[in-house]
Design a protein around this ligand. Structure first.
Ligand SMILES: NC(=O)c1ccc[n+]([C@@H]2O[C@H](COP(=O)([O-])OP(=O)(O)OC[C@H]3O[C@@H](n4cnc5c(N)ncnc54)[C@H](OP(=O)(O)O)[C@@H]3O)[C@@H](O)[C@H]2O)c1
Length: 158
């Protein structure tokens, strides 16, 4: 399954150039949610997001999408130039692939995504990067759960 994981504020904001990790807020519970959801899994992110995080996340295989001949030598990191080919590979072998941003990778991957975990962070933050509009993409809200400091929405396709 192709699974997308994202956190947004109330205006679909996802990123900023003003914090060291690129995330406009610090919500510990959402980081913990992301950690437990992706632990032991294969995660894919764009080069900008990977550089903002600064290092591979432990206990996960990280695939970095870059068309810029980016090189990163680490046993749990793979760099790929073609996101679409990667998605096709994971669909064919029926292995879960977690799409973890940023905006470019979300936008390109959305047509292939089966399930989305969207953390809604209450409030209105400053930033420059937004989650794409998916209202016309045939997702339906399967569940909505109050997690205290954020609301977790789960969407499936169809
Ligand atoms: N709130 C959240 O949940 C969340 C999660 C993740 C990231 N973010 C935020 O999102 C922002 C970064 O987003 P971004 O859009 O700037 O960058 P990005 O999506 O992280 O990375 C874009 C990279 O993807 C490459 N790329 C483009 N098309 C590709 C393809 N078809 N196959 C393989 N690679 C391809 C680009 O290469 P070229 O430039 O060479 O084309 C570029 O290096 C940051 O602010 C980050 O903090 C937020």
């Amino acid at each position: 399954m192709i699974i997308l994981v994202v956190a947004t504020d109330q205006h679909q904001l996802i990123g900023t150039s003003k914090t060291s990790n690129g995330i406009p807020w610090h919500v510990k519970e959402d980081f913990m949610h992301f950690r437990s959801l992706t632990m032991g899994k294969t995660i894919v992110m764009g080069e900008n997001t990977f550089k903002a995080i600064g290092k591979p996340l432990p206990h996960r295989k990280t695939i970095v999408c870059s068309q810029n001949h980016f090189v990163y030598d680490h046993e749990n990191v793979e760099v790929r130039e073609d996101l679409f080919q990667l998605i096709e590979e994971y669909k064919a072998k029926k292995e879960d692939l977690y799409i973890c941003g940023g905006a470019t990778i979300y936008r390109l991957a959305l047509p292939y995504v089966d399930k989305m975990y969207i953390s809604r962070i209450p409030g209105d933050y400053e930033g420059d990067t937004y989650f794409p509009d998916f209202s016309m993409m045939n997702f339906h809200l399967e569940s909505q759960e109050d997690r205290g400091t954020f609301t977790l929405e789960i969407y499936t396709r169809g």
